[in-house]
Every structure is written in structure tokens, then in C-alpha cells.
Design a protein around this ligand. Structure first.
Ligand SMILES: Nc1nc2c(c(=O)[nH]1)N[C@H]1C(S)=C(S)[C@@H](COP(=O)(O)O)O[C@H]1N2
Ligand SMILES: [Mo]
Length: 457
């Protein structure tokens, strides 16, 4: 049986509409709605563990959230106990000092772990729940704190070597709550699979970062008129151990480095910045993919051209200018470096796979929504596969790089299987799509709507 169960997800993966037809006897093509009836509907209901009140709204080819591969593990066994959802092995969990149980290990060399959506339920993401992304070897924790030295050189009038202690003394401290999000967040939603860590929505978190504005430090070094870009260098070694290579060395246009929220950071949520998050000193450059927020920061070279370090150029942190054929051949001249993160909303409560008491009719939802630079203008939720939407109440962000926590209450007409969907829209009117768009070889910028399966009764 296990073989057959696993192949349901594979079938959908290869060709969702054919998967529907084969698994449930759906007729596809003619009508996109109301096609699921009789034996097919019964089979689907059995697969997801209950009757589907809005089955007539279920889009063809949509893998039910309860069965979707790559979905976070159901928080309760209710849905995984359903016949077709049984069998899949649970994901590997991170076991790391200072980190909560439940973070999902995406790789151990280098160490990468994401936070399942339901663990992003705090207004400010606690350190123990914050995702981890390393590209190289994690350096030994630095024990001399304020003696850490940062070099600023290149296109500046006065190159600086400045100790962390001096940074703290000489410049004005700022604390901002800001989202940090991996450029690859959402990558697992691409079809066909793009290379890299298969993040769902949990390569992101929102913490209080304390440090000094990078602008103040750069201005004290005196930027030359030739200054165009920053280039970051850190203390972590390349995975190969080859000292001539950097684990990662990215940077941003000078304007982004001078933005008042761009910080050199030594504290996270009021605690000394943990070593795993780049302590004692890292950069936080909000709005961009987090790969420019360099950890264990040793040197910022001010460049007279776009920085060309490890992770710059080619397909790295780049999206297609003209849409490309998913899985198709890459043309580097059609790629542009990502400078922005797309809008994303997630449901943080209830968790995927929650079973609710028979007769539950009112359900409170909670979540978060954020984007790169524009701001989130609205958040909507749906319980009928997107046929109708209702607005959520979104709290004001503390600053433009903070996320917006949101709440909503939905009414469920009966017992059964529901999918709770959330869709955030940015201030330019761009909403999350139903499926990941803009396929690119390394899988950046996937932001389809988040869906959570719940079973009432
Ligand atoms: N020195 C250094 N800085 C780094 C990285 C790295 O591998 N080395 N990874 C980057 C990437 S890709 C991400 S997503 C974030 C992750 O930060 P976190 O581990 O604190 O969550 O750090 C960025 N800064
Ligand atoms: Mo990243």
C-alpha cells in the first residue's frame, strides 16, 4: 500500500490534472469546478479524512494541502492518519543548542534549518525559533566580544579598522524589529524542483535587531564619489576548507547601505547576537534577500563597481528578466540580481493538520505578512478554495521592514475538511499567486498563497 500512497503525490507532481483523473476519476478539461462528484469525491474525502464542504470549489489539479508533498508535518496526527496521507516519513528535525524542538533540518553541512509556519506565531520571533542558514563552515564562537574588529576599506577617504567596542561607543544605537528572509524562501513550491534548500515558508523570521546604522560608520570613513557598491567578507570558511575561497561574499548598492534601517548588529531580541546568527557582529540590510546580511562580519570593501564576490552574478540570487520556461536552459544575460523580496502571508495558527472538535463553527486565525521594501497593504483569507475572500485585520508594522501580524475569524458551515488560505497584497497591488511563478534555476521568489488543512469533527 505504501508504494501506492506515495505515488499519489508523485502523480500529482508529474501532472496534477492527470493525477486527479487517475486517483479520483475526475473529469478534467471541461469544467474547472464542480467536477468532483460521486465516487471521486468519496475517495478524496477518505484521503483527506472527512467530507469536503466546499468540494465544488476545489480547483482541478490542486493537491489537497493535507496530502501535499513538502508540506510541513501535520501538527496533530489527525490528518496524517488518513489513508493516503499515511506513510511519508516525517522530516528530520534540528538538534542544536539554544534551538527549539521542531525546527526542520534542511541540511547539516552546511547547517540549514527552517521554522515551520505554526512556530512563527510570536509577534517577535524568539531566537530559539529563528531559522538558520549557513553557506560555509560555522566559525568557532568568538569569546572576546568587543575586541572583534571590522575593516572598512576600498573607495573611502579614511579606511577604518574599528573594534566592536568602539562601534558601540562612537555611534548612536538603534533597535528595529525587521524581517530577515532567505532569498530562497518558498523554493519547494517551484515545479519543476529548483536547486537548493527546499524551503517552505520558514526561511524567515522577524527579530529586534540592535546595532548602529551602517550609514553612520561609512560616513565616518568618508565615501568617495567612486563608491558604488559594498562587498562583505566574514570569518566563516568555504565548505571545502580552501582558504582562497569565501563561503559567501555579497553586497548591495551604496544607496541600500545608506538606508537608515541598514545596521551593523550585535544584539538580537535584547540578547548578545548568538554565534549561530553571526555573533558577535553581522549586518542586517532589510528588504533584500538575507544573503546580503553578512554574519561574522570582518570587512566591508567599498567597491567602484558592482561587487563580484562569491554568490554575485550568474544565476545566484537572481531572477529571470523575461519569464523563462520552467526547467529550461539558462541565459545569464536574462538574469537580474534580486534586490527585493516578494509579498508573503502565512497562517501561524491553527497549524496544518489541526483537528477541531465536532461542531466547531467559529475559527480564529492568526498569522503574519511581509514583503521586501513596499509594505503589505492587505491580507485576505478564504475557506472555500479561494472562491470568496474576507479581509483579515492586520496590525500596523513598527517600521517599514517589520512584518504585520494579522487576525481573522471565519465561520465554518459544517463539520468536514477545510483549507484555510491566506493571500497578502503589497502596496503596489501585487498579490500572492495561487502557484509559484517566475521559475528560475536557483529557485528565488516563490510566494504562492499559504494553505493550511484542518479537519472539523
Ligand atoms: N558570513 C555569512 N553570512 C551569511 C551567510 C553565510 O553563509 N555566511 N548566509 C546568508 C544567508 S543565505 C542567509 S538566509 C542569512 C541567514 O541568517 P541566519 O542564519 O541568522 O538566520 O545569513 C546570510 N549571511
Ligand atoms: Mo539565504
Amino acid at each position: 500500500m505504501a508504494k501506492q500512497e506515495r505515488s499519489l503525490a508523485e502523480l500529482y507532481g508529474d501532472d496534477p490534472e492527470r493525477g486527479d483523473a487517475l486517483a479520483f476519476g475526475r473529469r478534467t478539461g471541461s469544467s474547472r469546478r464542480g467536477f468532483l462528484g460521486g465516487a471521486g469525491l468519496a475517495a478524496m474525502g477518505a484521503a483527506v479524512g472527512g467530507a469536503i464542504p466546499f468540494s465544488d470549489q476545489m480547483p482541478a489539479g490542486l493537491i489537497p494541502a493535507a496530502l501535499a508533498q513538502g508540506a510541513p508535518p501535520p501538527a496533530s496526527p489527525a490528518l496524517s492518519a488518513a489513508p493516503a496521507a499515511a506513510a511519508p516519513k516525517g522530516p528530520q528535525l534540528l538538534d542544536f543548542p539554544g534551538k527549539a524542538k521542531g525546527l526542520i533540518l534542511l541540511g547539516d553541512r552546511p547547517l540549514v534549518a527552517e521554522t515551520p509556519e505554526h512556530m512563527l506565531d510570536d509577534d517577535t520571533t524568539p531566537i530559539e525559533k529563528f531559522y538558520v542558514r549557513n553557506n560555509g563552515q560555522t566559525p568557532e564562537p568568538f569569546t572576546e566580544g568587543d575586541a572583534w574588529e571590522l575593516t572598512i576599506d576600498g573607495e573611502v577617504n579614511t579606511p577604518l579598522k574599528i573594534k566592536l567596542g568602539e562601534l558601540k561607543q562612537k555611534f548612536t544605537h538603534k533597535t528595529f524589529r525587521m524581517v530577515l528572509e532567505c532569498g530562497g524562501n518558498g523554493r519547494s513550491f517551484f515545479q519543476p524542483q529548483a536547486r537548493g534548500n527546499q524551503w517552505t515558508n520558514g526561511g524567515a523570521g522577524c527579530a529586534e535587531w540592535t546595532g548602529v546604522p551602517l550609514a553612520d560608520v561609512l560616513q565616518s570613513a568618508g565615501l568617495k564619489s567612486t563608491a558604488v557598491h559594498t562587498g562583505n567578507f566574514g570569518a566563516d570558511q568555504h565548505l571545502s576548507g580552501d582558504a582562497t575561497k569565501d563561503a559567501i561574499s555579497r553586497g548591495v548598492p551604496i544607496a541600500a547601505a545608506l538606508e537608515p534601517h541598514a545596521l551593523l548588529v550585535w544584539a538580537m531580541n535584547g540578547q548578545p547576537l548568538p554565534a549561530i546568527h553571526g555573533g558577535p557582529l553581522r549586518a542586517i540590510i532589510p528588504g533584500f534577500p538575507a544573503s546580503v546580511s553578512h554574519k561574522w562580519l570582518k570587512r566591508i570593501a567599498i567597491r567602484d563597481k558592482v561587487h563580484d564576490g562569491q554568490g554575485m552574478g550568474g544565476t545566484s540570487y537572481s531572477v529571470a528578466i523575461k519569464p523563462m520556461i520552467p526547467g529550461g536552459k539558462t541565459d545569464d544575460s536574462n538574469m537580474r540580481t534580486m534586490t527585493d523580496m516578494p509579498v508573503r502571508g502565512i497562517i501561524t495558527n491553527p497549524a496544518n493538520g489541526t483537528r477541531l472538535a465536532t461542531g466547531t463553527r467559529k475559527l480564529a486565525l492568526r498569522g503574519a505578512a511581509w514583503d521586501g521594501h513596499e509594505g503589505v497593504s492587505r491580507v485576505d483569507v478564504s475557506i472555500d478554495f479561494g472562491a470568496t475572500w474576507q479581509p483579515a485585520k492586520a496590525a500596523e508594522p513598527k517600521n517599514r521592514y517589520d512584518w504585520r501580524r494579522w487576525t481573522a475569524e471565519v465561520e465554518l458551515p459544517s463539520d468536514g475538511y477545510y483549507e484555510l488560505w491566506v493571500r497578502a497584497t503589497d502596496s503596489k497591488g501585487r498579490a500572492q499567486p495561487h502557484v509559484a511563478g517566475g521559475w528560475n534555476p536557483q529557485g528565488y521568489g516563490a510566494n504562492p498563497m499559504h494553505r493550511v488543512a484542518v479537519l472539523v469533527g
